[in-house]
Design a protein around this ligand. Structure first.
Ligand SMILES: Cc1ncc(COP(=O)(O)O)c(C=O)c1O
Length: 361
């Protein structure tokens, strides 16, 4: 039985999208590849209405995160830590030899512009890192206002953003907001299998990168730009099969219309939030609820593992809470190509199971 994935990623992928990966291979130095990669990069730029550099890396977003740290952080970096994924950025900065300060925020709360102002007034940082949609807590932070606060307080601080579970699901006007670098994995709101990640980088950040040493070999953005500008290729062998799927999926997204895609995600978030409020409560603070992942607070003290097992038996997969939030919360991923109708079906099944388990009347 196929089990439908309502995870915070990987997410359900449409069969026609999956099938693109079965097409015969082409060489990554061929004209056919160059044409496809050019189309992919230009379509990404078109969808986000941006003049920034666009990149596709063969790795998940964590690789690109390290790339951001190596290429765009001179020395001192501030990470706004409001969840497990933000914490991972702190670790990655340390492991890559940067001087990192973690601004600790209670998990479940959003990053607020005033927090950023407060810290940037105290000390100068070469870069700040913010997770747009913290998948462990289901919090969507107000990125536009955060970026505004950074620019007001410290103009030369680069703004690096993890939009892993927001890009393609919620509006992200990174160029007009003044974000310098942003990355996302494709197994989330892009609706693709895992294995590649997308990034956009400002011209200002590319200039900064020129003065930074020890950028490493694989995630070297200057090299990526050189190869793209020369022949619309990548320095190393990319996952061609997944790029077929990305190429196809970007055209599907264009057809749907990105604004319609955002509206669909809004509607799904509303449905999941209403369900959470009816039977439990929302974990994150009000006003900052994610549009792609609903993090439900386990107010009825249900055995989350058992509940997930029962759901899986009838063909649906959702996620337990992440890290320290395991069993205290559970999470429903509603992004990518999932429809409101499919989500409604999941929510009905969840209600039925909880009734059978005797947790709701
Ligand atoms: C907010 C956030 N950042 C980073 C990551 C890491 O992404 P990946 O596993 O694709 O490297 C994830 C994965 O779920 C995430 O949700």
């Amino acid at each position: 039985m196929h089990k439908k994935l309502f995870l915070p990623g990987p997410i359900e992928v449409r069969e026609d999208v999956l099938k693109q990966q079965c097409r015969p291979l082409i060489g990554h130095r061929s004209t056919e590849f160059s044409e496809m990669y050019h189309r992919v990069v230009e379509t990404l730029k078109e969808l986000f209405n941006t003049s920034y550099h666009a990149f596709v890396f063969t790795s998940s977003a964590t690789g690109v995160m390290e790339g951001f740290i190596r290429n765009f952080v001179k020395r001192r970096v501030l990470v706004m830590q409001n969840g497990s994924f933000a914490k991972r950025w702190v670790e990655a900065c340390k492991l890559n030899g940067k001087e990192v300060f973690s601004y600790d925020i209670e998990w479940g709360k959003a990053v607020k512009p005033d927090m950023v102002r407060e810290e940037l007034r105290k000390k100068h940082y070469d870069a700040i890192i913010v997770v747009h949609n913290e998948s462990s807590t289901g919090v969507l932070s107000p990125l536009k206002d955060i970026a505004e606060a950074v620019k007001d307080t410290s103009q030369d601080t680069l703004i690096l953003v993890d939009a892993v579970t927001s890009m393609m699901g919620v509006p992200l006007e990174f160029e007009s907001w003044g974000i310098d670098a942003v990355t996302a994995s494709v197994q989330k709101a892009f609706g693709l299998p895992p294995g590649i990640a997308v990034a956009f980088v400002s011209h200002r950040a590319m200039e900064v990168s020129k003065g930074i040493e020890d950028k490493g070999l694989y995630f070297n953005f200057e090299e990526m730009v050189k190869y793209y500008e020369k022949r619309h290729q990548t320095p190393f062998t990319p996952n061609i099969s997944l790029i077929y799927a990305l190429d196809y999926q970007l055209q599907r997204i264009k057809k749907e219309g990105i604004e319609n895609r955002y509206r669909r995600h809004e509607e799904m978030a509303r449905l999941a939030q209403e369900w959470a409020i009816e039977y439990f409560s929302m974990f994150p603070e009000e006003g900052y609820w994610s549009k792609t992942i609903t993090c439900v607070k386990n107010t009825r003290n249900i055995p989350v593992g058992k509940f997930l097992e029962e759901l899986s038996k009838v063909g649906f997969v959702i996620a337990n809470g992440y890290g320290p939030l395991k069993d205290k919360t559970f999470r429903i991923g509603h992004m990518g190509d999932i429809t409101a109708e499919e989500l409604k079906e999941l929510l009905e099944v969840m209600t039925d199971i909880l009734k059978k388990m005797g947790y709701i009347g």
